[in-house]
Design a protein around this ligand. Structure first.
Ligand code: ADP
Length: 192
């Protein structure tokens, strides 16, 4: 079983590269951003709560987010039999600790953390472009700046958390999508 955390700042290419990883490794993809946006679209109570945080560029509270992830894992246990790509989770140390516990109860734990590293100015450029194309409510300059701050204060400490466990694989997240994927594939194959 292969459990990959795809890690990086907003706009670092986590979703794009997750799509590339699904097929060759037979993994189940969980994008917490997509899960939340689906709730918003369906007008659920959770969606209403999540939208307030997302539109401000803030994180959904840990306790709520951990519960959501656990239920997605439980609901898809069959599809996730070969492993999971965690995209957008964990985003805080508390979430990483909860993930460790959840995986211990269910299967062998995180196999590797693929960290997509992209300079800040390129992140901002990509997110503004994505906002124009997709109309995502959180891809506007003000919210982008807030999300990058949240990333630096709450999420980037996870780099050291996973480095200490020997799980962090730094990947240069700039250049061609195929070139970046080739680097990711080499890093993932090395832990198989
Ligand atoms: P991006 O990586 O571009 O910020 P995502 O689609 O992964 O986009 O996430 C969008 C928003 O959803 C985040 O800014 C945050 O508000 C919320 N979110 C997603 N994943 C989490 C998480 N693990 N914990 C808390 N909030 C989350």
């Amino acid at each position: 079983m292969l459990n990959i955390v795809i890690f990086g700042a907003p706009g670092s290419g986590k979703g794009t590269q997750s799509d590339n990883l699904i097929k060759p490794y037979g993994l189940f993809h969980i994008s917490t951003g997509d899960v939340l946006r689906d709730h918003i679209k369906r007008g659920t109570e959770l969606g209403t709560t999540a939208k307030a945080y997302i539109d401000k560029g803030q994180l959904i509270p840990d306790e709520l987010m951990i519960g959501i992830l656990a239920s997605v894992l439980d609901d898809n246990a069959d599809k996730a039999s070969k492993g999971v790509i965690f995209d957008g989770f964990p985003r805080t140390i508390a979430q990483a600790e909860a993930l460790e516990k959840m995986l211990k109860e269910r299967n062998p734990g995180v196999s590797a953390v693929v960290g997509l590293e992209v300079p800040e100015d390129e992140l901002v450029e990509r997110l503004i472009k994505r906002g124009k194309e997709s109309g995502r409510s959180d891809d506007n300059l003000e919210t982008i700046k807030g999300r990058l701050q949240v990333y630096h204060s709450q999420t980037s400490p996870l780099q050291d958390f996973y480095k200490q466990k020997g799980l962090y694989k730094a990947i240069k997240g700039t250049g061609s999508i195929d070139g970046i994927f080739a680097d990711i594939k080499a890093a993932v194959d090395a832990v198989l």
